[in-house]
Design a protein around this ligand. Structure first.
Ligand code: KDG
Length: 308
């Protein structure tokens, strides 16, 4: 059975080709899928809990996951709903998403999709604010997954991934307050933490996250690196990012979390796992699309070895 289980929605992805207006490259994304692929490419044993439509996108996703060595035993195929999708447009302010996912197969995820035996056998479970946002039943499934994990002594990782096109900030806050008491590793981006907490100050953000129940907080600062707090009152450590030629940051945060959890499962100490994940996330930004650029372990190791 897989060591790492993630719950969420995979999406087809149409990424605008900047040099050819009106043209798109078909790919695949979805924050939890990006997470699974990032962890699998670092050598971890990963399972995805999700639902896809009985359509060509769902079928291609399954082939993709099998090629990546991801366990698909918890993937349901829905005859009455489609696989969700999104478009990425790139502009001077970065990337912008447009969704085609309302009523998708993954919105039917529910607590019954969580297999307690599989959870008890894992080392880590993972979900995100997007999984919570896509439907009430998916949100309940996240809660069930984390509660089962807690009861079984399995570690939990949660990425805030706030998407205000899916729900309001106040709904996101309420759902976060429900899940952080069950969260061992919390991965908010600075922008999400600022919007959710109402503060731009790193120290206040850390206190806020711990006061809601998060144990370890990894505050993702993009090109500035990451701040790490290992508990209320613990010293906060800032680790710089690596300098690369960034073209598209889509999925970099997901890759960071996937690579970090993969390394923790492999036995790394937290700071070693974070340094490794920083390198993996930086490499992900050097090409367009969510998953095409996620590096494998050899590439990350070679990149780290080339740093002095
Ligand atoms: O983090 C990148 C994801 O946002 C992207 O792959 C699409 O999951 C996605 C979403 O819902 O925005």
């Amino acid at each position: 059975m897989p060591d790492i289980l993630s719950l969420g929605e995979p999406l087809w992805e149409m990424s605008a080709i900047p040099s050819e207006p009106g043209k798109y490259t078909l790919g695949y994304g979805g924050d939890t899928m990006n997470f699974c692929i990032a962890a699998a490419r670092q050598g971890a044993s990963v399972g995805y809990i999700t639902r896809v439509g009985n359509d060509p996108f769902g079928a291609q996703l399954r082939v993709l996951w099998e090629d990546e060595g991801i366990d698909c035993s918890q993937v349901e195929v829905d005859d009455r709903a489609s696989t969700g999708g999104y478009f990425i447009h790139h502009g001077p302010a970065g990337h912008q998403f447009s969704y085609a996912r309302a009523g998708s197969a993954a919105t039917k995820l529910a607590p019954g999709d969580i297999d307690p035996d599989m959870v008890a056998d894992a080392t880590f479970v993972h979900a995100s604010g997007i999984t919570q946002a896509i439907s009430e039943t998916a949100r309940a499934a996240v809660f069930s997954l984390f509660r089962e994990a807690r009861n079984a002594g399995v570690s939990t990782a949660f990425d805030a991934n706030v998407r205000t096109r899916l729900w309001t900030l106040s709904e996101a806050r309420e759902a976060l307050a429900e899940i952080l008491p069950l969260t061992d590793y919390f991965f908010p981006s600075f922008e999400d933490a600022r919007d959710l907490s109402g503060s731009e100050d790193y120290e206040t953000i850390m206190k806020w996250a711990h006061s809601l129940g998060a144990q370890v907080v990894l505050l993702k600062l993009g090109a500035k690196g990451v701040q790490i707090s290992q508990g209320q009152g613990a010293d906060v450590i800032q680790m710089a990012s690596f300098v690369v030629d960034t073209v598209d940051a889509t999925g970099a945060g997901d890759c960071f979390a996937g690579a970090a959890i993969a390394r923790l499962v492999a036995g790394d100490a937290l700071l070693d796992a974070v340094r490794y994940a920083n390198a993996a996330a930086a490499l992900t930004t050097t090409a367009y699309g969510a998953i095409a650029a996620i590096p494998n372990r050899d590439r990350v190791k070679a990149f780290l070895a080339a740093q002095v």
